[in-house]
Design a protein around this ligand. Structure first.
Ligand code: NAD
Ligand code: DAU
Length: 380
C-alpha cells in the first residue's frame, strides 16, 4: 500500500511513546508508523501488544545514536516525519549516571537531526511536507517559587479554562519565552537537545517544532516514577519513600491528553515554534500521595487510613526542583487544546489500570518484559 505519510516515532516502546504510537496507528491507517526504539530498561513491547499486528505499524529495534542505521531507515521507509521521544527520562538515574543521559539525549538527538537533514536535503522537494517534532520537558526552565497573591492560601484556583479548574501553588508559570535554567543532569541534557533542534532550524532550515510538557501520568509508566511506584507499593504494603518533606509541586497531565496535543501540534503547529503543554493541575507530592493511598485502599476495599503509615520521609533528591507549573495559554489559544480530564478522574482511571494489570507490573519488576522482543520479533 502507498501510505500518505511515513513517520518514525522514537522511544515508541516507552511510556508516552506507546500512547503516541497507539493513537497514530489507530487514527491514521493511511500513515505508516515506524516505532524506533533501542529497548533499554524503559522500553517494553508489551506496551504495544494491541497494535503490533496492524498493517501500518512496524517496529525497529535501533539506537538513535547509530547515525548510519537511522539514515538508512529514513531512506528505506521514505520518512517524512519524525516524532522524537526517545530519551533517558528518570532524574534519579541521571544523578547517578549523567554520561548515559548526555549520550542518548544530546548525541542521540543530534544523530537524528543530522540524518533527517541529510536525507531530506537529498530529495528534490527537500523540506517541503517534512516535520521534525522534538518532545521535551518543562524541567528545562528550572524551578518556580511558591508565592501566592496576598491573603490567598495555596493551592488556589486560577486561569480556569472552559470551566475547568486550574490548581496553582504560585503566581508565576513557565512560558515559552522563559530562559532555560536546568538543574539536574537529565534536564541539562534535555535543554541541550532543545538547543540543537532550534540550531538545526535556524542554521539549515530544518522544519522543526518543539514542545515542553509537564509531568505525565497514566497506564504503562515504568514503576520507578512516583505514581506507578507508589500504587504498587501501597498495594503490597511496602514503604513509600517520600523525598524531603513531600513539599515539592508538580503539574500533572494525563498521558492521553499529552498524546492528543502531540497529534495536534504535529499536524498544525507552526514551523520553528515552541509550545508548552501542561495539566493546569499542580499538586504537592505529599497531598498527591495521600490521594493515591485513599484511592488504592478504597478500590481494594481496605478501611480508610489503613495504609497512611506507609509514608516514609527519606533524604531529599539532590538539586530537587521545588515547583513546576506550565502556562499552556499559547497552545490553547492558537490550536484550541486543553486537558480533557480532571485529575480526580484521571487518577481513578490510572489506579484502576495498575490494579487491574498486576501482570504488567510483575513482568516489569521481574525483568521478564525484556525477553519479549526475542520471543515475538526474532526473525521478523
Ligand atoms: P520512558 O523512559 O518511559 O521511555 C523512553 C523510551 O526511549 C524507551 O522506550 C527507551 O527504550 C527508548 N530509548 C532510550 N534510549 C534510546 C536510544 N538510545 N535509542 C532509541 N530508543 C531509546 O520515557 P517517557 O516518560 O515516555 O518520556 C518520553 C519523552 O517525553 C522523553 O523525551 C522525555 O524527556 C519527555 N517527557 C516526559 C515526561 C514525563 O512525565 N514522563 C514529561 C515531559 C516530557
Ligand atoms: O516535569 C516533567 C518530568 O516529569 C519529565 O521530564 C521526566 O521525564 C519525568 O520523570 C518527571 O520528572 P519528575 O522528577 O518530576 O518525576 P518523578 O516521578 O521521578 O518524581 C515526581 C516527584 O515525586 C518529584 O518531586 C520527586 C518525588 N519522588 C519521586 C520518587 C520516584 C519522591 O518523593 N519519591 C520517589 O520515590
Amino acid at each position: 500500500m502507498d501510505y500518505k505519510r511515513s513517520i518514525i516515532i522514537t522511544g515508541g516502546a516507552g511510556f508516552i511513546g506507546s500512547h503516541v504510537v497507539r493513537l497514530f496507528a489507530n487514527k491514521y491507517p493511511d500513515y505508516k508508523i515506524i516505532c524506533l526504539d533501542a529497548l533499554t530498561y524503559a522500553g517494553n513491547l508489551a506496551n504495544l501488544k494491541d497494535v503490533e499486528e496492524k498493517p501500518n505499524y512496524r517496529f525497529v529495534k535501533m539506537d538513535i545514536c547509530d547515525f548510519d542505521a537511522v539514515y538508512a531507515l529514513m531512506q528505506q521507509e521514505q520518512v517524512d516525519g519524525i516524532i522524537h521521544l526517545a530519551a533517558e527520562s528518570h532524574v534519579d538515574r541521571s544523578i547517578k549516571d549523567p554520561f548515559t543521559f548526555a549520550r542518548t539525549n544530546v548525541l542521540g538527538t543530534l544523530s537524528l537531526l543530522q540524518a533527517a537533514r541529510l536525507y531530506w536535503e537529498s530529495l528534490p522537494e527537500k523540506y517541503e511536507g517534512k516535520r521534525f517534532y522534538h518532545i521535551s520537558t518543562d524541567e528545562v526552565y528550572g524551578a518556580l517559587e511558591m508565592t501566592c497573591p496576598e491573603g490567598v492560601e495555596p493551592p488556589f484556583t486560577t486561569k480556569a479554562s472552559s470551566g475547568k479548574r486550574h490548581l496553582a501553588y504560585g503566581e508565576r508559570f513557565f512560558t515559552e519565552d522563559m530562559k532555560y535554567q536546568p538543574h539536574s543532569p537529565y534536564s541539562a541534557a534535555k535543554a541541550s537537545s532543545d538547543h540543537f533542534v532550534r540550531a538545526f532550524h535556524d542554521t539549515y532550515g530544518l522544519p522543526v517544532v518543539v514542545t515542553n510538557c509537564s509531568n505525565n501520568y497514566g497506564p504503562y509508566q515504568f514503576p520507578e516514577k512516583l505514581i506507578p511506584l507508589f500504587i504498587n507499593n501501597i498495594r503490597h504494603r511496602k514503604p513509600l519513600p517520600v523525598y524531603g518533606k513531600g513539599e515539592n509541586v508538580r503539574d500533572w497531565l494525563y498521558v492521553e491528553d499529552h498524546a492528543r496535543a502531540i497529534d495536534l501540534i504535529f499536524h498544525e503547529g507552526q514551523d520553528g515554534d515552541t509550545y508548552n503543554i501542561g495539566g493546569f493541575n499542580e499538586w504537592k507530592n505529599i497531598d498527591l500521595i495521600r490521594v493515591l493511598i485513599a484511592t488504592v485502599d478504597r478500590l481494594l476495599g481496605r478501611p480508610e487510613g489503613a495504609d497512611d503509615d506507609l509514608i516514609t520521609f527519606v533524604t531529599d533528591r539532590a538539586g530537587h526542583d521545588l515547583r513546576y507549573a506550565i502556562d499552556s495559554t499559547k497552545l490553547q489559544k492558537e490550536l484550541g487544546w486543553e486537558p480533557s480530564l480532571q485529575f480526580e478522574e484521571g487518577i481513578e482511571k490510572t489506579v484502576r489500570w495498575y490494579l487491574d494489570h498486576q501482570d504488567w507490573l510483575d513482568n516489569v519488576t521481574s525483568g521478564d518484559y525484556q525477553k519479549y522482543y526475542e520471543t515475538m520479533y526474532a526473525g521478523r
